[in-house]
Write a protein that binds this ligand. Structure first.
Ligand SMILES: Nc1ncnc2c1ncn2[C@@H]1O[C@H](COP(=O)(O)OP(=O)(O)OP(=O)(O)O)[C@@H](O)[C@H]1O
Ligand SMILES: [Mg+2]
Length: 400
């Protein structure tokens, strides 16, 4: 599997994290959201981490999905300890040689030499300060799938202590603790920043840009280097396929591999066309999946989702027009409370169908749904039809 390096983006983010850009607020924490399978973890580990290290930072990376049953606070503490322990080794050996049982780091923190490597008794903020003191360098903590921290009280407390560590360690013009949080669930990530009581109140969620034309050019060059006979490659068509694959490199590369395989059996068909066909097949499968999810909803939930798809950013869930719309589409009268419950249940599903912003704006969770809605509407195929007929009576919201 090839890795396409994203150095320019990594360097830009490093500068922002170090507070070197005039505008922006990344020195208070960088919150990155991007849909699933679009390359977040790869970027954080293969591009951002080396770029931070090249800029002189010590990097701690932790994926809160690595072990979803473990307390996020403990996972972060372990990751810090793993980076801290070998550095403390030198300090602690010196301490043992000198016959003392504890060492003082950075002039403040006392660490029991026998317990080095374990963080118990040491708060996360202290451990980060110790790491900064020992390494004599800024510390960058990258928390992948950070929204998981909000699933437990301990996790929430961890986020609060990270915020406090940031405020203790950083001064204007001097960033000693850089925080990067990423997640595929923008709605949940928002909870870290959106309310007065949220740990990182005031920060913004940035959409991590997907891989783009430069990735496609890179792939095209690889194709030509291995199969010169295929030049010139139609990069426009490949870019179109990549978009249809939802900017997910894995699916795209798999289709490309199949199209280029000597066993593909393609005769007289360019490989670009075969990849595009695969992308369209994948899109159709994804759309069939969306239709079946839509049809599994209760009538009011369907009507709310329909309204949201139709109105986009103008969506107001409870105004008179919306209630009228629900009544018309689901053939029954609904109260605001019922609409609220329906909207909430669309948000709470796994995977969620709806997300909500800090300011109470709603959107569909998966942007692919908009394309599906628009294309179906244009083709006169909206709403999707239930092959088994209506199972619920219109207005049967009693179970909602
Ligand atoms: N820069 C890249 N060049 C080539 N392939 C990539 C690149 N980035 C990601 N990929 C591929 O895309 C797939 C998904 O990448 P990754 O796991 O980083 O995404 P993710 O957004 O973290 O996914 P998830 O939502 O599952 O956590 C992997 O197969 C990976 O190898
Ligand atoms: Mg990931």
């Amino acid at each position: 599997m090839i890795h396409f390096p994203r150095k320019v983006l990594a360097d830009e983010l490093v500068a922002a994290l170090r507070g070197q850009t005039v505008f922006g607020d990344a020195q208070n924490g960088l919150f990155l959201a991007a849909p699933r399978r679009t390359g977040k973890s790869t970027f954080l580990q293969a591009d951002l981490q080396p770029a931070l290290e090249a800029a002189g930072a010590v990097v701690v990376y932790v994926d809160l999905w690595a072990d979803p049953r473990r307390d996020p606070g403990a996972l972060i503490a372990d990751a810090v300890a793993r980076v801290l322990a070998p550095r403390l080794g030198v300090v602690s050996r010196a301490a043992r040689a000198a016959g003392v049982d504890s060492v003082t780091i950075a002039g403040a923190l006392k660490i029991d030499v026998s317990k080095i490597g374990r963080i118990d008794g040491v708060t996360l903020a202290d451990a980060l300060r110790a790491l900064h003191g020992v390494a004599k360098a800024p510390v960058a903590l990258i928390v992948d799938e950070a929204q998981h921290a909000l699933t437990s009280e301990a996790g929430e407390a961890t986020m609060a202590s990270l915020k406090s560590a940031r405020d203790q360690l950083n001064r204007p013009g001097q960033v000693n603790l850089m925080l990067v949080m990423s997640g595929s669930d923008r709605d949940k990530l928002l909870r870290l920043v959106n309310t007065n009581g949220a740990p990182f109140y005031g920060s913004q969620i940035t959409r991590m840009p997907p891989l783009g034309p430069d990735f496609i050019d890179h792939v095209a060059q690889l194709v030509v280097s291995q199969r010169p006979g295929l030049a010139p490659v139609d990069t426009h068509s490949l870019m179109q396929s990549f978009e249809s694959f939802g900017h997910r490199p894995q699916f795209f590369m798999e289709a490309l591999g199949q199209a280029l395989s000597p066993l593909s059996g393609l005769q007289g068909v360019r490989f670009e066309q075969a990849v595009l066909d695969a992308a369209h097949r994948r899109q159709r499968d994804d759309e069939a999946q969306m239709a079946s999810e839509y049809l599994a909803l209760r009538p009011l939930e369907r009507a709310v989702l329909w309204r949201l798809l139709e109105q986009g950013p103008r969506f107001r869930p409870y105004d008179a027009e919306a209630l009228h719309f629900y009544r018309e589409k689901a053939a029954s009268k609904f109260t605001v409370q019922q609409a609220q419950r329906a909207l909430e249940s669309l948000r709470q599903r796994t995977p969620a169908l709806v997300w909500k912003s800090a300011r109470g704006e709603y959107a569909v969770d998966d942007a692919a749904m908009h394309r599906w809605f628009e294309q179906s509407t244009q083709a006169g195929k909206w709403p999707p039809e239930d092959p088994q007929g209506e199972l619920l009576l219109p207005g049967d919201e009693s179970a909602a």
